[in-house]
Design a protein around this ligand. Structure first.
Ligand code: TXA
Ligand code: MG
Length: 352
């Protein structure tokens, strides 16, 4: 039986029953689709790890329908965390906080738990109906790209779960920013320093809530750093991710592709090229010159709206996988603001 369900009150009631019975329910969020289970149940949480093939030391984040319930599961310890909760939640953000003990140890065997309050209305209706904390990673097989449609969830794990709530295409297409706040180990007696300055925000996984946004939120008083290359802080960064069976190659200019593909003459090799609108329009003659029959150009979005590039990315990776593409060229984007987060995923898919 197909597990697709429309986002209706009847679906949410059935979802509540499934979650209470320690089953898994996939649901949409504003970032990507999640694979949800009761975060208080060891049995349910272990099903997530089994279905995804997820390494057991990679903790899960916990989703709540209402930020008023955060203190049931985690401790908010300082005004920096509180301001982040007050201003940026609900939204595409996961805040790591000291956990309270009753979250399943399998969900989070470490002292901090990632708390996420989604803004997507289907996710919120589902969470409000269920009234339980929901542990949910991305609803994909562990090393693959995250799903941005119900169909993509189905293609990953559909034969192993009873319900996928179909909320259409994910708005963002990339997973939430994961951040934590730490107190610097310095002696803060100087009156010249403001109170906020004793804290540091680490961005373990970049996305829509960026370094620039967080610096602006605290008027530059709180230092913000990316720590994406530190596997001690971000367990998920230790593992292969966003990979497809074909090779992903990053390129800067059309001539890079031309050079790179000169050695490939076989019509059995299928090449896709993800090209921004700007590059495509900049030199149609050159494109005509080097594109062969076995190469297909697909839209990469537009650099004037980087969110469009994020929205398309995983969907195109998934399509490339399904079409048995051997080589996927992906245009490099400027690594600023959300471009940093997009290139973080592209580089990982290319094996960096
Ligand atoms: O947008 C999202 O965050 C989606 C939707 C469904 O909410 N969820 C998601 O979950 O992407 P997942 O498990 O695929 O990614 C969570 C990331 C992983 O890289 C994990 O290692 C990291 O957050 N993480 C979770 N708990 C952590 C903790 N206590 N300390 C450090 N990193 C943690
Ligand atoms: Mg994931």
């Amino acid at each position: 039986m197909q597990p697709f369900y429309p986002p209706t009150p009847e679906t949410y009631q059935l979802a509540k029953k499934l979650i209470e019975n320690e089953e898994l329910v996939a649901f949409p969020t504003e970032t990507i689709y999640g694979l949800g289970a009761n975060a208080l149940s060891d049995v349910a949480v272990q099903k997530i790890f089994a279905v995804k093939g997820r390494p057991s030391d990679n903790p899960l984040i916990v989703h709540l329908g209402d930020k008023k319930r955060i203190d049931e599961y985690a401790r908010v310890e300082n005004a920096v965390q509180q301001k982040i909760i007050d201003t940026l939640m609900p939204g595409p953000l996961t805040l790591l906080l000291p956990k309270k003990e009753w979250i399943s140890k399998f969900a989070c065997g470490v002292p901090l738990v990632g708390i996420r309050i989604p803004s997507n209305h289907v996710a919120r209706d589902f969470l409000q109906a269920v009234q339980l904390p929901i542990a949910a990673p991305s609803a994909n097989i562990s090393w693959k790209p995250s799903p941005t449609t119900a169909q993509m969830v189905y293609d990953n794990v559909g034969d192993q779960i009873p319900m996928i709530i179909d909320g259409g295409e994910s708005e963002a297409g990339i997973e939430s920013s994961v951040i934590r706040v730490v107190e610097k180990e310095t002696n803060w007696t100087s009156a010249a320093q403001g109170w906020f300055e004793r804290f540091l925000i680490q961005i373990l996984r970049p996305w829509f809530v960026t370094k620039e946004d967080l610096e602006a939120l605290f008027d530059g008083q709180v230092e913000v750093v990316y720590t994406v290359k530190n596997p001690e802080l971000s367990p998920g960064m230790r593992y292969k991710h966003y990979s497809i069976s074909g090779e992903v190659r990053i390129f800067d200019s059309l001539s890079d592709i031309s050079l790179s593909s000169q050695s490939i003459h076989s019509p059995d090799i299928h090449i896709w090229i993800l090209l921004t609108q700007e590059l495509q329009e900049s030199n149609p003659d050159l494109i005509q010159h080097f594109v062969r029959d076995w190469m297909t150009i697909l839209p990469r979005g537009t650099t004037s709206n980087l969110a469009s590039c994020a929205h398309l990315l995983f969907d195109q990776y998934h399509s490339a996988e399904q079409a048995w593409i051997n080589l996927l060229f992906v245009e490099r984007l400027p690594e600023e603001w959300i471009g940093y987060a997009i290139m973080n995923r592209v580089k990982r898919s290319a094996g960096f």
